[in-house]
Design a protein around this ligand. Structure first.
Ligand SMILES: [Zn+2]
Length: 403
């Protein structure tokens, strides 16, 4: 069986990898040789994923082999098929790297390891394996800091949104929320805000609670929490509030308990930054109230709601036609697109009066360009396409909400 390698990587294993299916090598009939082949194959696959800046590498078993898929700019692309004969060895090799139990193929397992790339860079990887009817499925999560936006200015946001983020993060207390669905780049945005705070006000005591820690930042005390373990968000936050913390990053508001502690921290003179799964700023307010946060607590703590999405950018090398650099997808890299809403007297009044979400939304959209408008201007300037906007924001995305 011949299989196709689409990504171009100058990896020392590339030749071996390419040649594997074509050349019935002299030593392939001895069982010993399978091990080095699997090592080279796996290293080659991870090397390719890194070179393509993929966030995840999937190895999905099917009847004819292991399907190799990369998550590129948020979207999965199938790039290869590993012949069924090699599948078990490839998965076994990954399990060895992740220090998982190789003899257990009937249970889900998770692990992590550090990968030394051929260019000398080191990468933190998380491995999860899961049994399926065709064998084990493996997913590698790659935490790659290269190419990630380092500063708020690099996120691709509009000037006014960037200004709102910087203004709010310069405050000494209150709550800043970055919202959106999974994969909307919320944690990347929080990391850039953390860097901004550390650079502009270096004397502050800044702590983050994360699950997992995706980027390491100098000057930031980073704590890895276990959402379902002993050191969960609520417990870690309670303990931290008794210590001398001024700025607190909380990875995610997951439930009413963490929402209450976050608000309490913001009420007691801390600047708290967190994320919440919600569609738009009005929904964010509604969700917090549903979680039992009193409207007056919300209006006295909330400084900014930053509702964000990520849109893939049209590949500049081929103008979206599809080329080697974009792995024929027509897209390369992503840009953020956001609606930022600062608390003001009108909004405060509406929240206190328990205004319905629809009215809050109309009021917010009147004063702050919404996600559809933001995406629309990105399409106009050729940075992305209408198809991409529809994929991320839905079909109604071309409509702008006037009034
Ligand atoms: Zn291209």
């Amino acid at each position: 069986m011949r299989y196709r390698v689409v990504i171009l990587v100058s990896c020392v294993y590339q030749q071996e990898f390419l040649g594997l299916s074509d050349v019935p090598s002299a030593n392939s009939h001895t069982s010993d040789s399978v091990v080095p082949d699997a090592v080279a194959l796996v290293d080659g696959l991870i090397g390719k994923a890194l070179a393509a800046s993929a966030s995840d590498l999937h190895l999905e078993p099917a009847a004819n082999g292991l399907s190799v898929r990369l998550r590129l700019d948020g979207v999965l692309s199938t790039i290869d098929l590993i012949p069924a004969d090699f599948a078990d060895n490839v998965i076994a090799r990954l399990k060895v790297m992740g220090e998982l139990l190789t003899y257990r193929t009937d249970i889900p397992q998770e692990g992590s390891f550090v990968f030394d790339a051929t260019d000398g860079s080191r990468h933190d990887l998380r491995l999860a394996v899961f049994p399926t009817i065709h064998g084990e499925r493996a997913v590698l999560r790659i935490f790659c800091e290269d190419g990630q936006p380092r500063s708020v200015d690099q996120l691709g946001l509009s000037e006014s949104v960037v200004r709102s983020l910087k203004d709010a993060s310069g405050q000494t207390s209150g709550l800043i929320l970055v919202t959106g669905p999974a994969g909307a780049g919320k944690s990347t945005t929080l990391y850039t805000i953390a860097r901004h705070i550390l650079e502009t006000t270096p004397g502050r005591s800044v702590v983050s609670l994360e699950d997992p820690v995706e980027q390491r930042i100098d000057g930031l005390t980073q704590i890895q929490v276990q959402p379902f373990g002993e050191l969960n968000y609520a417990r870690a936050m309670r303990s931290l509030l008794r210590q001398d913390v001024e700025v607190l990053f909380v990875g995610e508001i997951r439930d009413a308990e963490s929402a209450h502690i976050v608000v309490e921290a913001a009420l007691t003179g801390h600047l708290v930054l967190s994320t919440l799964h919600s569609g738009n700023p009005a929904e964010t307010i509604a969700r917090l109230i549903e979680m039992g946060i009193a409207p007056y607590q919300l209006t006295s703590t909330l400084r900014l709601i930053h509702s964000q999405r990520l849109l893939r950018k049209t590949c500049r090398d081929c103008n979206g036609k599809g080329c080697e650099r974009c792995i024929t997808t027509g897209y390369r890299n992503r840009t953020a697109c956001a609606q930022a809403v600062e608390m003001n007297d009108t909004l405060r009044q509406q929240i206190i009066e328990h205004a319905p979400t629809s009215r809050l939304r109309t009021l917010i959209d009147k004063n702050n360009p919404n996600l559809h408008e933001c995406a629309g201007s990105l399409v106009e300037s050729g940075k992305t396409t209408l198809d991409e906007v529809r994929r991320v924001l839905g079909v109604a995305s071309t409509k702008t909400t006037n009034k």
